[in-house]
Design a protein. Structure first.
Length: 376
């Protein structure tokens, strides 16, 4: 962790569990101006890790017979997804990103269209949207009116936050309460998480770090975006949590305590999905599968919000867990073609992940390429 800090991350903190033993640590600062240190118990915007919570909530409703995984979304939300699209796209396709519906984020943040490679990308939209209250239907419409990324149910999915906005509206439709309220009562509280929740406003309650966004060198020095209204992601990426809570959640999920074993098996049926950084990942229903040679198969998710990155992975046998948080995002500067360049932070994080997942003895066996990059 000291190596990650030395490479350029202001602050990094983590919790690793191994067969009942727990290690927590931190390195660096939560505020570069005051030098206030980070600590392992700090709260973090965990970005798309929220998707696992939302997927678990949907699967609970599948267990109760209120949602059918392979039913068309148009059966439930005909006004939001009308016509042929509503008939072809199923709930499962939304969960595993094979719907063909593109991500709305480039359209909600117009100065980021084509990011990071477009020459005229700018941070203007980040500031314009800091206190903007988006409506879910508005974001969904942006995704549905953009050019499709493929046919529904195609062999390779494309990661899209629009899918999880729709799942949030599906949960609201079948439960009669907001997705955030349902997830809080039936996923967060069921898992016994004490420091996890959807923020009530733009500020994080409790001890937390500032969150520094670099936007591939466009914001230099990186700017704090810890105060931000998260209506732009909602049930797709708005949660605040701690590393202890994330390990507890994934441990209970993979042990069949949040959804039943049949639902968990469905969540672990993966397809290839093209992630936001262009890499292809094995993606189930709100879960990443990460095979680490010499260490085993891990399940979990990564997440990014403006200025924050989080990774949480649990080995299939539940005995080894890693949750890591950093307070700088998109640190890679771009070359003349707009391509993000390799940075020493990338190598330092890979070393940390290998050690956290595999232990000292097996660290060299793990391949850095197998670990997903942070993404919203």
């Amino acid at each position: 962790m000291d190596g990650v800090h030395r490479a350029g991350i202001p602050g990094v903190y983590a919790e690793v569990r191994d067969t009942g033993r727990v290690w927590r640590g931190a390195s660096g600062v939560a505020d570069v101006r005051t030098g206030r240190p980070v600590s392992p118990d700090m709260r973090q915007r965990v970005g798309s890790i929220t998707k696992t919570f939302t997927a678990a909530a949907v699967m609970q409703q599948v267990e109760q017979g209120r949602i059918r995984l392979d039913a068309p979304i148009g059966d439930y939300l005909p006004r939001l997804v009308p016509g042929e699209r509503g008939k072809k796209i199923t709930v499962r396709m939304l969960l595993n990103h094979t719907s063909g519906i593109p991500d709305y984020i480039p359209y909600a943040f117009p100065s980021l269209q084509g990011f990071p490679s477009a020459p005229d990308v700018s941070p203007k939209s980040l500031d314009d949207n800091r206190f903007r209250q988006f409506r879910p239907a508005e974001l969904i419409a942006l995704g549905l009116t953009a050019p499709p990324t493929g046919e529904p149910g195609g062999p390779t999915g494309v990661y899209s936050n629009t899918n999880y906005q729709l799942l949030g509206q599906l949960l609201k439709h079948v439960t009669g309460t907001t997705a955030e309220e349902y997830i809080t009562r039936n996923v967060i509280e069921r898992a016994g998480l004490r420091h996890t929740g959807f923020p009530a406003g733009p500020r994080i309650e409790g001890p937390h770090s500032l969150m520094y966004e670099g936007l591939w060198g466009l914001i230099d020095p990186p700017r704090d975006y810890s105060v931000y209204t998260m209506s732009w992601v909602g049930p797709g990426a708005a949660l605040v949590s701690t590393m202890e809570d994330l390990n507890r959640f994934y441990g209970k999920l993979l042990d069949g305590e949040i959804v039943n074993r049949s639902s968990l098996a469905q969540m672990q049926r993966t397809v290839p999905v093209r992630a936001l950084d262009g890499t292809t990942i094995d993606y189930g229903l709100g879960l990443h599968k990460v095979d680490v040679p010499g260490c085993g198969t891990f399940w979990g998710h990564d997440g990014s919000a403006w200025g924050a990155g989080t990774m949480s992975l649990t080995r299939a046998d539940g005995k080894r867990q890693m949750s890591v948080a950093i307070n700088l995002a998109r640190w890679n500067e771009r070359d003349s073609s707009g391509k993000p360049q390799h940075h020493p932070i990338d190598d330092a994080l890979s070393t940390l992940y290998r050690q956290a997942m595999c232990g000292n003895g097996d660290a060299q066996a793990a391949s850095a390429a197998q670990v997903p990059a942070f993404g919203p």
